[in-house]
Design a protein around this ligand. Structure first.
Ligand SMILES: Cc1cc2nc3c(=O)[nH]c(=O)nc-3n(C[C@H](O)[C@H](O)[C@H](O)COP(=O)(O)OP(=O)(O)OC[C@H]3O[C@@H](n4cnc5c(N)ncnc54)[C@H](O)[C@@H]3O)c2cc1C
Length: 651
């Protein structure tokens, strides 16, 4: 995973045998290579030639004639040689006009100009790593030594935070309840657990890997990546595993958080910290539905995130409750081995086939990711667009649309039709089953899932989909609302997480009481999803309203939140201030634009009932923003949005 300097990389390529080089470049995706060529050469002529052959941002939406691709490779090799011969440095970033044209061609549609600052930053053309927060003036060592940050959780978010704190030299401690790093990817070990965001995007921007074996990794590959980053990061001495934060109380006179921590043996101690950063995740605490009789079941039963690998499912009668993201991954894996699988579906989900879902990354592509400068980053940009923002406009309600119950606009209707066609063919024409699995709500009303043979699984002789609901569980089975008993040796609860109560079950007490008093059971609100009035120096990663409902990568959003938090800490430390607390006006303004934006999007559609909305119908988990917009909102820390209090003057 080493990262060589881009100039050196070009020189090394120029010195490579041209036949070998051409054979390797031929295995790459043409579009990122086109962008590499255009940037290095400044020659835009191939952009035009490629444009008609690029229909979308996914590689399978590109069909470039062989001769044109060969021309691109020949020109790219010639450019490598020019640079090496003249010993020229690589060019700066393309100017904005050219960058816009490159982005438009890369994804087959007009990319909003608000994207360009993000693209520049992600591509890191000048290798300055603009995403890192740097000190603006010298900070005395004593000031830094007095400051302490407490980070809770060591999943993707907490780890990013810890790495950036270490980079900046800010003292910190991480408390993690598990005995290992990884969060989601450590805890979820169920059969088939996998990403639905391609890994080359669902990974840290500051730590690209050319070693992913799959485009969509299974859990073990993801946890290996996180463990590798952790091992390289050198933060181990700051981490306390198998300890859980139970409570944090703001001490106004000291301007510190007093944090209670429970060890594995049940004993407790406390730590104080100037800043408290929660990386406890949105999908970490399993949600177990209140089903009558569940406790009376005599066989094994477990939540998908707490899979019991000692239970052998072979030839057993298994009941799976839930057909969300985890449920859809589990059933295709276990159905071939169980005796009978009964699946209880509360409401159906839309799911899409992706040709890359089970595909392996070839050695040729891995070579390109490792050796061709900027190739990985252009590819990452395409994935970012393909998996999220490219389709966000199709999730906007058209007020004049005549079929608002089932779709939002013409593009959304087209997607609906394509999805139904896909289901119909997978279900082999079983119209009764099709009716059961077709959501009444528009596509994307719940996160679009990936069809990893889910629909085919439902057609198996040993699989039954029950949609009437659960009446009760008995010691030996589950009785549905039609009174039919489904025998069960094992019950799997694929029932999701307590997503509407971020920070749960920690008790967080700020200037004016508990955070639960502010949020109630299910109405969490935070400025940019990160800070809350009256909770000074508290920062939430993957907080309220930051989940990517239209796709995208939670890691991307976390990195935005980490940068914002780092800028806030810089403000505190450089000013020698004690606390910063978000002001009510910017907080309220943000809630207003957040709610107003959601009012126009699919998640507030009356037919959509899901874990994104609280009991009053407000969307509390999802971000309504394009990734680029959220990046732009969080790329600057506006000190004027905060009450910043000077340090306590010591007596
Ligand atoms: C099966 C599954 C698949 C997913 N796939 C995708 C995907 O493809 N793309 C995507 O964008 N997102 C996906 N997600 C969402 C995923 O949760 C995020 O992408 C990401 O992993 C969240 O990282 P995190 O560090 O914020 O939280 P988590 O990974 O949830 O980590 C939180 C950590 O905090 C620790 N913790 C919690 N409370 C305490 C406490 N009180 N004291 C101490 N430690 C505590 C936990 O033990 C855990 O280690 C998926 C989620 C699941 C469950």
């Amino acid at each position: 995973m080493s990262k060589v300097d881009d100039t050196q990389a070009v020189r090394a390529l120029a010195a490579t045998d041209p036949e070998f080089l051409d054979a390797h470049l031929a295995q790459l995706d043409p579009v990122p290579l086109l962008l590499v060529y255009t940037h290095l050469s400044g020659d835009e002529s191939l952009l035009e030639a490629f444009q008609p052959h690029i229909k979308g941002a996914w590689s399978f939406e590109v069909d470039v004639p062989d001769a044109l691709f060969a021309e691109l490779r020949a020109r790219t090799i010639a450019v490598f040689k020019d640079y090496a011969r003249d010993e020229r440095p690589l060019p700066p970033a393309p100017d904005m006009d050219r960058l816009q044209r490159m982005c438009d061609v890369a994804v087959g549609q007009n990319v909003p100009s608000e994207y360009l600052p993000m693209v520049l930053e992600e591509l890191n053309f000048d290798q300055t790593d603009a995403k890192s927060v740097r000190w603006r003036k010298p900070v005395p060592a004593e000031r830094l030594a007095q400051f302490h940050v407490l980070v809770v959780g060591l999943g993707y978010s907490g780890l990013a935070m810890a790495i950036k704190l270490k980079e900046a030299g800010i003292p910190f401690t991480v408390i993690e309840k598990n005995d290992d790093v990884g969060g989601t990817w450590y805890e979820n070990t169920y059969p088939g657990v996998a990403v639905d965001t391609p890994n080359h995007f669902y990974s840290y921007s500051f730590r690209a890997s050319s070693e992913w074996d799959h485009y969509f990794a299974l859990g073990p590959e993801v946890i290996n990546y996180i463990r590798t980053v952790y091992a390289e990061s050198g933060i181990a001495e700051h981490v306390r595993f198998e300890q859980e934060v139970t409570r944090a109380t703001w001490n106004e006179s000291e301007a510190k958080w007093e944090v209670s921590i429970r060890r594995a043996d049940g004993s407790e101690y406390s730590l104080s910290a100037n800043a408290f950063v929660s990386g406890t995740g949105l999908l970490n605490r399993p949600s177990i539905p209140a089903i009558a009789g569940l406790d009376t079941f005599e066989g094994p039963k477990f939540h998908s995130a707490q899979w019991d690998h000692d239970v052998d499912l072979t030839a057993k009668n298994v009941v799976q409750i839930g057909t969300g993201a985890s449920g859809m991954q589990i059933a295709p894996q276990i159905a071939p081995k169980v005796g009978h699988l009964t699946i209880f579906q509360r409401s159906p989900h839309w799911a899409r086939k992706n040709p890359l879902l089970f595909a392996q990354v070839s050695d040729g592509v891995k070579w390109g990711l490792e050796h061709v400068p900027f190739y990985t980053k252009w590819w990452r940009f395409q994935l970012l667009y393909a998996t999220s923002d490219g389709m966000l406009p199709t999730l906007r309600k058209d007020p004049d649309w005549p079929e608002p119950e089932t779709s939002l606009n013409a593009a959304n209707k087209l997607i609906r039709e394509q999805l139904i066609e896909h289901m119909r063919s997978e279900l082999k024409g079983d119209e009764a089953l099709l009716a059961k699995v077709t959501p009444a709500f528009p596509p994307y009303g719940k996160r679009m899932l990936r069809d990893g043979n889910w629909f085919q699984t439902l057609t198996r002789d040993n699989v039954e989909l029950v949609t009437s609901g659960i009446d009760r569980v008995t010691p030996s089975g589950v009785i549905d609302r039609d009174g039919v008993e489904h025998p069960a040796d094992v019950i799997i609860l694929a029932t999701g997480f307590k997503a509407q109560a971020p920070l749960y079950p920690m008790e967080i007490i700020g200037r004016a009481g508990s955070i639960r008093d502010h949020w109630g059971d299910d109405n969490p609100r935070a400025h940019l999803g990160i800070t809350v009035p009256d909770f000074p120096n508290l920062f939430i990663l993957y907080g309220p309203g930051t989940n990517g409902g239209h796709g995208g990568s939670a890691v991307f959003n976390s990195e935005c939140q980490v940068r914002y938090t780092m800028m806030a800490l810089r403000e505190l430390i450089e000013r020698d201030a004690a606390s910063l607390d978000v002001r009510r006006a910017p907080f309220d303004d943000y809630q207003q634009v957040f709610d107003a934006e959601h009012a126009q999007l699919v998640w507030t559609h009356p037919g959509v009932n899901n874990w994104y909305r609280n009991k009053d119908g407000r969307v509390v988990t999802n971000s309504p923003w394009r990734l680029s917009h959220y990046r732009n909102l969080t790329a600057d820390f506006k000190a004027e949005d905060y009450d910043i209090k000077a340090a306590k003057v010591s007596a």
